[in-house]
Design a binder for this molecule. Structure first.
Ligand code: GLY
Length: 354
């Protein structure tokens, strides 16, 4: 078992990584929150796999636990589902001293997290991420949100959890698409700041998912430690935290143009990382050979590396609509080499030629 502490003063919290943690949720809950109620929020993909085990563990620890199961998928990250959660909390008398438990992937973490941030002006949050993407990214760092018809994550908050339990065994049940979704973000950490992680992935990739699962504890530890460190230095995303968006400018544009029904987020990130590194290398902004090494790893992990057939103008338009970009001005994250990145201010012209 390993534990990573996210140091944010009074809002510091531990992230535990251990196989079998799902069955210890009750004991950990009790040790962090004491005697209070748990409102467990999950989806209909995750509930048949893990909800009974989490509820049994909470009940065994004498915690009053209630649960709600929502449909899986990005559409659940909406204001209507947020309202459903408020109704559920109200019916079950969830008070300010109680805890919302997000059990599932990024959608559950974001939705239940925003419900926790806003119910009664804020109640405590426990995350039990069950996908690779949620374990290495969305359950850490306190970004919670729902989507609006106008765009993704437009209504949200920074609301740190008080406890995160990452159980690598839950990754065994992921479909190939959900697995690839997380891998894109794992590769990202290797690219932006952890060359030894990148090398570990290069070693394991030829053995497929089984090879990666043999080193999964180390892979999770490295990704989560990296993110925790970044969040400690820039919780509110004004500088360093932006480097976590390597590959995301193009990825968000691809996802938007495909109406979130084409590539999954991590796959779009893999395409975005490959594309921007090809471009930055051509412009002499990245050491030569970097793009080739990145693309070789992505291909070995069965991640896509080429932009889909989308008119360039549509992609450029989507980039200028992104909430993080001010009009035509963009801050992109470029690699110096594998393991080192930097922020580069530019315009959409960067993507126009090449
Ligand atoms: N997913 C990027 C961040 O948490 O800042």
């Amino acid at each position: 078992m390993s534990t990573i502490q996210v140091n944010l003063g009074a809002r510091s919290y531990p992230i535990h990584i251990e196989r079998g943690l799902v069955d210890q949720a009750g004991a950990y809950f009790l040790s962090v929150f004491g005697q209070c109620a748990a409102a467990v929020v999950t989806d209909d993909n995750v509930a048949p796999l893990y909800l009974d085990r989490v509820m049994a563990s909470l009940t065994q620890a004498d915690v009053r636990a209630v649960s709600i199961t929502l449909p899986h998928g990005e559409r659940t990250k909406c204001l209507d589902c947020l309202t459903q959660l408020y109704t559920f909390f109200s019916e079950h008398h969830i008070t300010r001293k109680d805890v919302v438990v997000a059990l599932g992937g990024g959608v559950m973490g974001d939705l239940a997290g925003l419900a926790a941030a806003t119910w009664l002006r804020g109640v405590r949050l426990m995350q039990i991420p069950t996908t690779l993407l949620a374990q290495v990214d969305s359950s850490v760092g306190g970004k919670v949100a729902v989507d609006l018809p106008q765009g993704k994550n437009l209504v949200g908050a920074f609301w740190q959890p008080s406890l995160v339990l990452a159980d690598p065994d839950t990754l065994q049940t992921l479909t190939p698409a959900y697995w690839r979704d997380g891998l894109g973000e794992v590769v990202k950490y290797g690219c932006i700041g952890d060359e030894p992680l990148f090398r570990l992935l290069e070693k394991d990739a030829p053995m497929g998912r089984e090879g990666l699962m043999q080193d999964i504890d180390e892979i999770l530890h490295r990704c989560i430690s990296y993110k925790a460190n970044v969040v400690e230095q820039d919780e509110h995303d004004t500088g360093l935290r932006m480097t976590l968006n390597f590959g995301h400018t193009l990825a968000h544009a691809v996802e938007t143009v495909q109406h979130y029904e084409g590539y999954r987020h991590g796959e779009a990130v893999a395409i975005g990382m490959a594309a921007i590194t090809r471009l930055s290398e051509e412009r002499g902004l990245t050491e030569s050979g970097t793009a080739q090494r990145l693309i070789a790893l992505e291909q070995a992990l069965s991640l896509p590396t080429e932009l889909p057939e989308i008119p360039k103008e549509d992609l450029l338009h989507a980039m200028t609509q992104d909430k993080k970009n001010a009009g035509d001005t963009l801050t992109v994250i470029l690699l110096r080499r594998i393991g080192a990145c930097y922020l580069h201010k530019t315009t959409t012209k960067f993507f126009r030629h090449g």
